[in-house]
Design a protein around this ligand. Structure first.
Ligand code: PLP
Length: 403
């Protein structure tokens, strides 16, 4: 295949790391600072405050750990659960699979509900298992809010309702790595006990921070946990945050970036951020449908507004689509993970994104699919997405930038 000399800007349509806005990049282009000087708390405090609405919480304690989302997964587990504890979770994509594996590695007894990749966390089945747990052995329910591998969003409020319907007091753990900051997330309202995020997806920053929000129930469980923990000790980090600092050298430049990214979310207005993601995702989905391709999500109603996983059909290797996009068009799509390798590619549409970027993604997807042997009509996806973008259905409520 012709590998081109790359010109122009690279188009990044992977579901994390996402595009970092220029003012966020600039915020990091600054000399190192003394993290023990009082000025540092002027960086940390607005970050911790600005995260509250993004997590949908007024109550929870939020901790930032150097690391990625995976570090926050581990922190959530080791700070509140003990080896031998039983947890319930659905496995329906690469991320829920990895989280279940980690839970097992850390000594938990994981009761898995195995589902097709493309399904959402099954509320009725979770309720049935909780109802059958007469002795209250299940200590926590884990939910992957947005399964980034399949482009499926699960109903966390529904899982909370299932817990409540059974009067079950298991903790509710939610992986919001590819949803928090892009999709509505209501930690307090949904009764989430541990919510996990990463800096490089909806929060539009480089990778390097794992974020963990803990409810008061989670903090209570922290006192009982017998798991070993040291670097990711939540209690120590919360204490340090209260004093305006970290337990160790903080990644100052990520915090400088996050401070600006959060002020962008606030200026746009979170509701507008969520509407924008929905609007752009509708355009992408309309484009994919116009090409006659199927999405991995089993149903439209669970299709994610931050990432779309697209099946290429039996005659086209999705890896070719991705390679052609990258080498010929300087455009990066997400790979099909696990059993979807070669069968699907993903368009990440979260973070700092607009219609023009989504049209580029669809236009390049058409070209790459065609070059990989798919029978797609050039322009079909573009027209379908433009029709969505042109409709005024989604216009009201769009932000006039608040300067
Ligand atoms: C990206 C992602 C993770 C893993 O996060 P890292 O930052 O790569 O450690 C976990 N869960 C979901 C849903 C993700 O999208």
């Amino acid at each position: 295949m012709l590998k081109r000399f790359q010109t122009g800007t690279a188009h990044l349509f992977i579901p994390g790391p996402t595009n970092v806005p220029v003012d966020v990049l600039r915020a990091m282009n600054t000399p190192m600072q003394d993290h023990r000087a009082p000025e540092f708390s002027e960086v940390l405090a607005p970050v911790l405050d600005g995260l509250k609405p993004v997590f949908g919480t007024q109550e929870a304690a939020i901790a930032l750990f150097p690391g990625s989302g995976t570090a926050a997964w581990e922190a959530a587990i080791t700070n509140t659960l003990s080896p031998g504890d039983k947890v319930l979770m659905a496995r329906h994509g690469q991320f829920s699979t990895l989280w279940a594996t980690m839970a097992r590695d850390l000594g938990l007894q994981v009761e898995v509900i195995d589902l097709a990749w493309g399904a959402a966390c099954p509320i009725r089945e979770v309720e049935r298992r909780l109802g059958a747990d007469r002795h209250g052995e299940i200590r926590a329910v884990f939910v992957t809010h947005n399964e980034t591998a399949t482009g499926v969003t699960s109903d966390v409020a529904g899982i909370r309702a299932a817990l409540d319907a059974c009067f079950h007091d298991a903790l509710l753990f939610v992986d919001g790595v590819s949803s928090i900051g892009s999709l509505p997330f209501e930690m307090d309202l949904w009764g989430v006990d541990l919510a996990i995020a990463g800096s490089q997806k909806g929060l539009m920053c480089p990778a390097g921070l794992g974020l963990l929000a803990a409810s008061s129930r989670a903090l209570g469980a922290m006192d009982q946990s017998r798991s070993l923990r040291s670097y990711l000790d939540l209690r120590a980090m919360l204490r340090a945050h209260e004093a305006g600092s970290f337990c160790y050298t903080p990644p100052t430049h990520l915090l400088l970036a996050l401070r600006v990214a959060l002020s962008r979310l606030q200026a746009e207005g979170l509701q507008n951020v969520f509407k924008r993601h929905n609007h752009l995702a509708e355009g992408v989905r309309a484009g994919v449908a116009a090409l006659g391709l199927e999405i991995v999500a089993e149903h439209r109603s669970i299709a994610s507004d931050t990432v779309t996983a697209i099946r290429t059909g039996p005659s086209v290797d999705a890896r070719d689509v991705i390679t052609i996009a990258r080498e010929r068009y300087n455009t990066h799509f997400g790979a099909g993970l696990g059993p979807l390798e070669g069968r699907a590619f993903r368009i990440g549409h979260l973070g700092d994104l607009n219609e023009g970027m989504c049209l580029s993604a669809l236009g390049i997807a058409e070209l790459s699919l065609r070059a990989a042997g798919a029978k797609v009509e050039l322009g079909a996806a573009l027209v379908a997405a433009q029709q969505v973008f042109a409709s005024d259905r989604a216009e009201p409520g769009f932000a006039i930038a608040a300067e």
